[in-house]
Design a protein around this ligand. Structure first.
Ligand SMILES: *[C@@H]1O[C@H](CO)[C@@H](O)[C@H](O)[C@H]1NC(C)=O
Ligand SMILES: *[C@@H]1O[C@H](CO)[C@@H](O)[C@H](O)[C@H]1NC(C)=O
Ligand SMILES: *[C@@H]1O[C@H](CO)[C@@H](O)[C@H](O)[C@H]1NC(C)=O
Length: 421
C-alpha cells in the first residue's frame, strides 16, 4: 500500500504508538517511586522537567513579590525571556520580615508547594520572604532580586539568625543574587556577608509602568511638577511646598498628591521637583524612560540639606552612606550615579531652584537636552538588564535541568525511575 508509506501517515502511526505508551502506567514502578511517602497532606512533588530539558523548552518561573512596581518590571523581563511564569504574593500568607519560628511553620506547611511551584523561583521586593525556603533547604534554583535592603523588616533581635542563614545561602550554588541598584551590595557587605561574585548581577529596573494611559492637560507643559509623597517627613512636604506657596510660585508649579497618574504625566511637565529619600526608586527609572526630567538638589546641596535637616523633616534611608563613603557615595546612589546624573537638572541653592522654576524660556532648551539624555541612559541600562536576565535564565535553567530526576530535600522516598529519562 503506497499510501501507508507516506510520511504524514507514518508520523500519525508513531504518534498513536507514543500516545498509547504514555497513557499506560506500571504500578510496580509507581510504588517504588512513591511507596515510602508518609506525609501525603504536605506532599507536592517536584515537576519532572526531563522532557522540557531534552527539547530545550523554556522552564517555568514563579515570581514572588508584593510590590506592583517590581511586578511590572518583571512582566517586561519575563516577556523578553519568553518564560512561562506566574506570580506569588507572599503578603497573602506571610508577615514582613518573617522570623525563624514563623518561617519554619510556613516551610512545614507550604514548603513542598512553594519550592515546587515552578522550576525557577525569583524573590523580589523583600528578601526575607525567601526565608522559609532557604531555611528548609529547597533546592530549586532561587534568584534573590534585591530591590530594597535584604533584611527589610527583620527585627533587631533576629538579625544574627537571619544573617547566618543568608551567609549560608551565599555558599549554595543554586542561589543567585541580583541587585537592582548598586547600594544593596555595599549594604550587605557592611553586614559581614560576602556575596558570591560569580552569582551576583547588577540588573537595574527596565522602567516599565503598566498604569492605564492618562488624560493629559496641555496647559501643564509650562509648569514643573511637585509630587508630594505620603508622610509628613518628606522635604517636599515640610519645606518645598510651603516655600512654593510663600514665593507665589503656584502658577509655575503643579502640586500633586501621591496619585499623580504615573510617569507619562510627569514627562508631560517641564520638569519634576524631587528629593531622593532612597538611593533608588522605581519612579526614577520609569520617569526617565517616559521622558520625565527630574529637578534634584546637586550632590553638594543634598549633603548640605542632610546636615541641616534631620529625618523628621527630610527623611532619607541612608545617611550612613554619605558618612561612610565621603568620596564615592554617588557610586552607590542611583539618583547621583554617573550613569544617570547627567539626565537631571541640579540646583545648588533655593535661589537656583527659584530661577529654574521662573525661567520658562531659558530652561526649555536645557530640559529638552536632559530629556534626551535620560531616555538614552535608560535605553542603555535597559539593554544591559535584559541581556543580564537572558544569561541568568540560561544559567539557572541549566542548573534546574542538571537537578532534574534527582532527589531533593522534599522528595520523601523519591527513588530514581528504574528506566529514567
Ligand atoms: C513494571 O516495572 C517493573 C520494575 O521496573 C518491571 O520489573 C516490570 O517488568 C514492569 N512491568 C511491565 C508490564 O512493564
Ligand atoms: C515571630 O513573629 C510572630 C508574628 O508574626 C510573633 O507572634 C512571634 O512571637 C515571633 N516569634 C519570635 C520567637 O520572635
Ligand atoms: C505673594 O503675593 C502676595 C499677594 O499677592 C503678596 O502680598 C506677597 O508679597 C507675595 N510674596 C512674594 C514673595 O512675592
Amino acid at each position: 500500500m503506497i499510501a501507508m508509506d507516506s510520511i504524514p501517515l507514518r508520523c500519525l502511526y508513531v504518534f498513536i504508538l507514543l500516545g498509547m505508551s504514555f497513557a499506560s502506567y506500571n504500578e510496580t514502578e509507581l510504588q517504588l517511586m512513591y511507596g515510602s511517602v508518609v506525609d501525603w497532606v504536605h506532599f507536592s512533588p517536584r515537576v519532572d522537567i526531563s522532557r522540557q530539558c531534552r527539547f530545550g523548552h523554556p522552564l517555568r518561573i514563579a515570581y514572588f513579590s508584593r510590590h506592583s512596581g517590581t511586578l511590572w518590571d518583571w512582566i517586561a523581563v519575563a516577556d523578553h525571556l519568553g518564560a512561562p511564569w506566574t506570580r506569588v504574593n507572599p503578603g497573602l500568607f506571610q508577615t514582613y520580615g518573617v522570623n525563624t519560628t514563623d518561617a519554619t511553620a510556613i516551610w512545614e506547611d507550604l514548603g513542598h508547594m512553594l519550592c515546587h511551584i515552578a522550576d525557577i523561583l525569583v524573590f523580589s521586593d523583600t528578601i526575607p520572604d525567601a526565608r522559609p525556603l532557604l531555611l528548609g533547604g529547597c533546592t530549586t534554583p532561587i534568584i534573590l532580586q534585591i530591590t530594597n535592603r535584604f533584611d527589610y523588616g527583620i527585627s533587631p533581635s533576629d538579625q544574627d539568625a537571619y544573617r547566618q542563614l543568608m551567609s549560608d545561602a551565599t555558599t549554595r550554588k543554586h542561589v543567585w543574587w541580583v541587585v537592582n541598584n548598586p547600594y544593596e551590595v555595599l549594604f550587605i557587605s557592611q553586614r559581614g556577608i560576602k556575596l558570591p561574585l560569580d552569582r551576583l548581577l547588577l540588573l537595574r529596573p527596565v522602567g516599565v509602568c503598566l498604569l492605564p494611559p492618562p488624560q493629559l492637560a496641555m496647559r501643564e507643559r509650562p509648569r514643573v511638577a511637585l509630587v508630594q509623597p505620603s508622610g509628613s517627613y518628606h522635604l517636599e512636604n515640610t519645606v518645598i511646598a510651603p516655600w512654593v506657596r510663600s514665593q507665589n510660585l503656584t502658577d509655575y508649579v503643579r502640586m500633586y498628591r501621591q496619585h499623580y497618574g504615573g510617569p507619562t504625566v510627569l514627562a508631560h511637565h517641564r520638569g519634576v521637583i524631587t528629593v531622593p529619600y532612597q538611593t533608588s526608586v522605581m519612579k526614577m527609572y520609569e520617569g526617565l524612560t517616559a521622558g520625565a526630567v527630574f529637578i534634584i538638589p546637586s550632590p553638594a546641596f543634598f549633603k548640605n540639606l542632610l546636615d541641616i535637616y534631620n529625618n523628621d523633616v527630610m527623611v532619607f534611608c541612608c545617611r550612613d552612606l554619605l558618612r561612610d563613603r565621603p568620596h564615592d557615595w554617588q557610586e552607590f546612589f542611583d539618583w547621583y550615579h554617573r550613569d544617570f546624573i547627567n539626565a537631571h537638572i541640579l540646583y545648588d541653592s533655593w535661589e537656583d531652584l527659584y530661577g529654574i522654576i521662573i525661567d520658562r524660556e531659558g530652561s526649555a532648551q536645557l530640559i529638552e537636552e536632559k530629556r534626551a539624555i535620560g531616555i538614552d541612559a535608560m535605553r542603555r541600562s535597559r539593554q544591559n538588564t535584559l541581556d543580564g536576565y537572558s544569561s541568568l535564565y540560561r544559567s539557572v535553567s541549566q542548573q534546574a535541568c542538571e537537578a532534574a530526576g534527582t532527589e531533593d530535600v522534599l522528595s520523601q522516598g523519591f527513588v530514581r525511575r528504574p528506566h529514567g529519562f
